[in-house]
Design a protein around this ligand. Structure first.
Ligand code: PLP
Length: 417
């Protein structure tokens, strides 16, 4: 297909080739990124992008939905089965609009939501003052324990009992430990709140049974489809039947117009892939790799938030480890061919544009087939970078070694595997 693009728009063609090279030659450690399969990419780039289908299967505002209805129903059926959910909406265009739709469905402006402190791992849409969520709703927060840097459910309960929020939100963007969704739901139930889990980061681990599931008890669950789930850019909302109507109305016509059926079809493809035994092995390996990488990093003198991980994600306290702040370390890693992001850590005293931590994760490198042996090498690369943060020559040399290691692990969607 790219041969058409090469002819009609060489500028964009060449930029895609440039990105392809970056995604193939570098170690992608951003925990929210992955490599979608060739089948998912092919579906995303299909003629389904041509069709308008406002509404829902069998209740559309446009004709000619014979194939589209079947696609969307299949996506819904597969998502229900994969997660064990009663009701699914597969139309949200991304994680942020999915969360927005849930708030629209279940709250009035100004209502109270209890979520995770953003600097302890909550997402922008969990009440950041620069985000719609913080502007239109009254967010209050719980955080992690100062000593263990893990969630303290007694603390969550205390705040919930005092504040009586309408929604209690769990699910995070920078929390490395297992989340007790059942405990969250029980607390919500006891104070008359709706339990909501945003499982964007760990949906693939949950689908594979590697992380405890928020189903069937959690009232409403949102997730992106492009992180550990390895699907296309997009999101879905899963909920109990009694919230289904409100959620559907909030997505369309409340928030979105015509659904992106090319993405919805690609979501269906990803849900089918996630049912396969290979995917379960893949998800297990993501966590094995993260645990191994965490161990090797600690052996190399890195201090990790909560001293380890149960998931795909690791948060390094770089200041405490090496006396460097997050941003220069992330920039030096980039020069060495290792892509991650700087990140605040709980109780960070540094500003968000140069915080104390970097956040890494294993989903993308595990999609390439890397295992524990490579995790040791990555931990050693990272140590070397920390010792050579201003030494351009040394960083370039590490980048060569990284490239050589990456060449042994073909990237799905780029190389045809
Ligand atoms: C990534 C993420 C989102 C937002 O998803 P986008 O597709 O980037 O809008 C929402 N919540 C959590 C917890 C996330 O990790």
């Amino acid at each position: 297909m790219n041969s058409y693009l090469k002819e009609s728009d060489p500028e964009i063609y060449n930029l895609i080739e440039e990105e392809k090279k970056l995604e193939s030659e570098k170690l992608r450690l951003i925990p929210s990124e992955n490599y979608a399969s060739c089948a998912v990419l092919e579906t995303t780039g299909s003629i389904l992008t041509n069709k308008y289908s406002e509404g829902y299967p069998k209740k559309r505002y446009y004709e000619g939905q014979q194939a589209i209805d079947k696609i969307e129903l299949l996506a819904i059926k597969r998502a229900k089965k994969l997660f064990g959910a009663e009701h699914v909406n597969v139309q949200p265009n991304s994680g942020s609009p999915a969360n927005m739709a849930v708030y629209f469905a279940l709250l009035e402006m100004g209502d109270k939501i209890l979520g995770m402190n953003l600097s302890h791992g909550g997402h922008l849409t969990h009440g950041s003052p620069v985000n719609f969520s913080g502007k239109y709703y009254n967010f209050i927060s719980y955080g992690v324990d100062k000593e263990t840097e893990m969630l303290d459910m007694d603390e969550v309960r205390k705040i919930a009992e005092k504040e009586k929020p309408k929604i209690i939100l769990s699910g995070f963007t920078a929390y490395p430990r297992r989340v007790d969704f059942k405990a969250f739901h029980k607390i919500a139930e006891s104070v008359g709140a709706i339990s909501m889990a945003d499982i964007s980061h760990i949906a693939g681990l949950i689908a594979a049974g590697v992380h405890p599931s928020p189903f069937p008890f959690t009232d409403v669950v949102t997730t992106t489809t492009h992180k550990t789930l390895r699907g296309p850019r997009g999101a879905i909302i899963l909920c109990k039947k009694k919230f289904g109507k409100a959620v559907d109305k909030a997505v369309f016509p409340g928030l979105q117009g015509g659904p992106h059926e090319h993405s919805i079809a690609a979501k269906a493809v990803a849900f089918k892939e996630a049912e396969r035994p290979e995917f379960k092995e893949y998800a297990k390996q993501i966590v094995k790799n993260a645990k191994a990488l965490a161990e090797y990093l600690m052996e190399n003198g890195f201090k990790l938030v909560s001293d380890g991980t149960d998931t795909h994600l690791i948060l390094i306290n770089v200041v405490k480890s090496k006396g460097i702040s997050g941003k220069p370390f992330a920039k030096a890693l980039d020069k060495a061919g290792i892509i991650c992001n700087f990140n605040t850590i709980p109780f960070d005293r540094r500003p968000p544009f140069d915080p104390s931590g970097v956040r890494i994760g294993t989903p993308a490198i595990t999609s390439r087939g890397m295992k524990e042996t490579e995790m040791k090498k990555i931990a050693d690369f990272m140590l070397k970078v920390s010792e050579n943060i201003d030494n351009e020559e040394a960083l370039t040399k590490i980048a060569e070694e990284v490239k050589s290691m990456c060449s042994e692990f073909p990237a799905p969607g780029i190389e045809r595997i």
